[in-house]
Design a protein around this ligand. Structure first.
Ligand code: ADE
Length: 242
């Protein structure tokens, strides 16, 4: 999967993208990330990318010309990839949206800065708008990295283990239950014996029940959205009545 990022702060991307799993994903050819500096598409001496808002008021607005030129140069028109603007006004990013976006071979990500950007970018260039949460950041760079991270780990082969992302919290519609590693006892706190029993059936059942319990306790509304087995419903009934 190819990501083309358009930003005024290209220097913030390499430290994260060139570490750990995303670094390996790029080395193995699973993803490629090209970060483009919007400032390279200005034509004036001072490489100006923002201007005052029409109608007055505070804050600077990103000018349309360099953003259009940058995106059109890299992503041929008609667009060969969705052109996503990271903005607190976009669709709220979820695992479901990550699954949907991961089907694209290529995505363009535009990171907004300043107080906002010229509306014509939104109406005539952008094809989708994504928010990573109901709070406002100083720009779309962190949201773009979050999106790249969430999508990359869905690509087969990017995560090392055989289950990949299938058992993640949210992937199954449930939060994941607890995990343990050695030592079997730490400061008097023991690993649940079932995990050390070697009985795979029992372990699977315990994990399912812990996931149901945790979801019931923390995010009960998620239980309304998924298909539950008879066994699941009986277990939930038991904890509701306890
Ligand atoms: N830019 C600033 N805040 C943002 C948010 N919450 N999501 C996406 N882009 C943003």
């Amino acid at each position: 999967m190819q990501f083309d990022v358009f930003t005024l702060l290209p220097e913030v991307f390499p430290p994260y993208l060139n570490s750990s799993i995303l670094k390996r994903a790029q080395e193995n050819g699973h993803i490629s990330v090209d970060v483009h500096n919007i400032r390279d598409w200005t034509h004036d001496k001072h490489h100006v990318t923002d201007d005052n808002p029409y109608g007055g008021g505070g804050g600077m607005i990103m000018k349309p010309e360099p953003v259009f030129e940058a995106v059109e140069d890299i992503i041929e028109s008609p667009p060969s990839a969705p052109i996503i603007l990271l903005t607190p006004q976009g669709r709220l990013f979820t695992q479901e949206i990550a699954d949907e976006l991961a089907l694209n071979p290529r995505l363009a990500l535009i990171c907004g800065r300043y107080e906002g950007l010229d509306e014509r970018i939104r109406t005539h260039l952008v094809t989708d708008e994504i928010s990573i949460g109901d709070y406002v950041l100083t720009g779309g760079e962190l949201p773009a990295m979050i999106l790249i991270d969430a999508l990359s780990r869905l690509i087969p082969g990017v995560l090392g283990d055989e289950n990949g992302a299938a058992n993640d919290s949210h992937a199954s519609g449930l939060l994941e239950g607890p995990h343990y590693t050695r030592p079997p006892e730490f400061r008097g706190w023991e690993v649940p014996p079932v995990l050390r029993s070697g009985d795979h059936g029992k372990v699977a059942q315990w994990r399912r029940e812990e996931a149901l319990l945790r979801t019931f306790q923390r995010r009960p509304e998620m239980l309304e959205k998924i298909e539950l087995s008879k066994k699941d419903r009986a277990f939930l009934e038991k904890i509701r009545n306890s």
